[in-house]
Structure formats: structure tokens, C-alpha cells
Design a protein around this ligand. Sequence first.
Ligand SMILES: [Mg+2]
Length: 187
Amino acid sequence: MALLNPALLEPNLILGNTIFHLTPEIIRRHQLKGLILDVDDTLVSVRQVNPSDDLLRWSTEMKRVADIWLVSNNLSQRRISRIAEALDLPYLLGAKKPSRKKLRKAMDAMDLRPHEVAMVGDRLFTDVLAGNRLGLFTILVEPMVDPLEASRKHPVRNAEVWVSKVLGASLDGIKQGFTKTNKKKSS
Ligand SMILES: [Mg+2]
């Protein structure tokens, strides 16, 4: 494999918070028309089965300003279809991000061009890399925390942030070692 261009790991926007802080105003500001959303830890923590009421409200609001597709690497038809159906959103699973294939499929289904579409996810080496490879606007969100869990670490994501910085990606504003406990302390 050729050396990875670290710029491909740099999101266009580091939200610095969960997806609930992605607002219609941000969509308008960046002239976006479509959103491709990662599912696990972006919309729903991996241990949650159903979308939260907050997520249902958020997606209803966002549907007014953008076309939305879910594109997940998860292979579980049962899990992803259940979440997608609760949100009433189209979905693709087994996406193998950073592969661009299913992102392109969602973008084509929305009939939009790359700069009109944002890839939104919690991971650099899957979501952000796939989106940047396709020329989408990329948005990194903080992982969704399970409301029932006092504290949850995200070792893979944190390792990705570290490796990305070593490779030379500029990731100012990113939160590392994120846990709900840490967040409480800092707020
Ligand atoms: Mg994820």
C-alpha cells in the first residue's frame, strides 16, 4: 500500500461534540444538501439497540434540510435495519469504509455531487478517510455515549487520532481520551 496522505485523515469539520450538535445552520453554512451518516457510536452507542428519543428528534429536524442515508460497516442486517427503520432512513450495511463504494452508491441515490454531501462519523480511518477519498465534506463527531454507562473509553478511535497525528494530520480541536467521566470533569 502506498503511503497514506495524512491530509485524507483530516476532517473538514471537527464538531468536538456528539452528532446532536450538528445543526441545520451548519448544513446551510457549508451549503450541504445530503448527509451520509455512520451508525455505530455516531448515532447509537454500540451497546444500544434502539435510537434514543433525542436521536429521533434530531433526525426529524435534519431531514427538513438534507437528504440522509445511513452507511455502516456493520454486517448485522438485524441491527442496522432496526435503527434505520426507526429513523425512517435508507441504509447500506457492510460498507467496508474506507472503501468509497457504498458512499458513492448513497450519493448517487441522492443525485448529489461530492461537495454537496457530508460524510459524518466518529472514526478517522473509516468514516473520514472514506469521505475524503470521495471528495465529500467530512465531519468528525464525538462518539455517542451510552446513557446507561457511567464511563466508556474508545481505545480504537483514540489510537486512530494518535496515529493520524504521527502521520502528520492536523487535528486541532479534537478530543482525545474521551469518556463521559472526563467530559463531566471538564464541564
Ligand atoms: Mg462508528
